[in-house]
Design a protein around this ligand. Structure first.
Ligand SMILES: [Zn+2]
Ligand SMILES: [Zn+2]
Ligand SMILES: [Zn+2]
Length: 215
């Protein structure tokens, strides 16, 4: 199946689902996004959800790209950009108007599942010690952490991966791993590209090791 965002072939993953079933999810590592057929993601077990995190953490971080337009891999109709919210968190995805499913960037998946939250002032201070500049997880614009706590380009607030929620999810499958303590990876792990990382990238780097112990 071709990725609605970049038209490359997607990877399909078969994961355990609730009630002893399995579910096959299509994923594009380049776009860091999933295609979900109707109801697929509702049946993911906690373990399968963590597995999706692990795969996304291992995927190369391209620019935070929310595609400008995309087409349904089943019927090729243009997908509709859809804004939704759960509790106080807004998220967005692309959906097929003929009910074939939806295309969801990983960052939006995290928002939908309530795995993203605003950092506390202490956490922002901690971040500033190792990173001065990050990219907005929503629009990709640079954010100067020293002065700003919101993206001056699109207005999105800074958001980090909620490690505590992830640890709770892991505990649902009767495992109690200690969650990672640090918010940012050791400086040596920071990738010094020309592009600054997103806070999502940083969070995923921290989580990679934890998840590989767990799964
Ligand atoms: Zn893609
Ligand atoms: Zn369709
Ligand atoms: Zn932005």
């Amino acid at each position: 199946m071709r990725c609605p965002g970049c038209q490359q072939e997607m990877d399909s993953l078969t994961l355990p689902a609730t009630l002893g079933q399995t579910v096959t999810i299509d994923m594009c590592a380049g776009c860091r996004a999933f295609w979900f057929d109707p109801f697929e993601e509702l049946h993911l077990t906690p373990d399968s959800t963590l597995r999706l995190f692990q795969l996304m953490a291992g995927a190369a971080a391209s620019a935070a790209a929310f595609p400008a337009a995309s087409w349904c891999p089943h019927c090729h109709a243009r997908l509709l950009l859809t804004h939704d919210r759960q509790r106080n968190t807004r998220f967005a995805y692309w959906r097929c108007d003929h009910g074939h499913g939806r295309f969801m960037p990983f960052a939006e998946f995290l928002r939908e599942k309530d795995f993203i939250r605003a950092p506390t002032p202490e956490q922002i201070d901690e971040l500033r010690k190792s990173v001065k500049m990050v990219r907005c997880s929503s629009c990709g614009a640079p954010i100067d952490l020293v002065h700003d706590a919101v993206c001056t380009h699109c207005g999105a607030p800074l958001s980090i991966v909620d490690v505590k929620r992830l640890a709770e999810l892991a505990a649902k499958d009767h495992r109690q791993p200690p969650p990672p303590k640090q918010l940012t990876p050791p400086p040596v792990l920071l990738v010094h590209d020309s592009e600054p990382p997103t806070l999502l990238d940083l969070g995923l780097q921290v989580l990679t090791e934890w998840l590989s112990d767990l799964l």
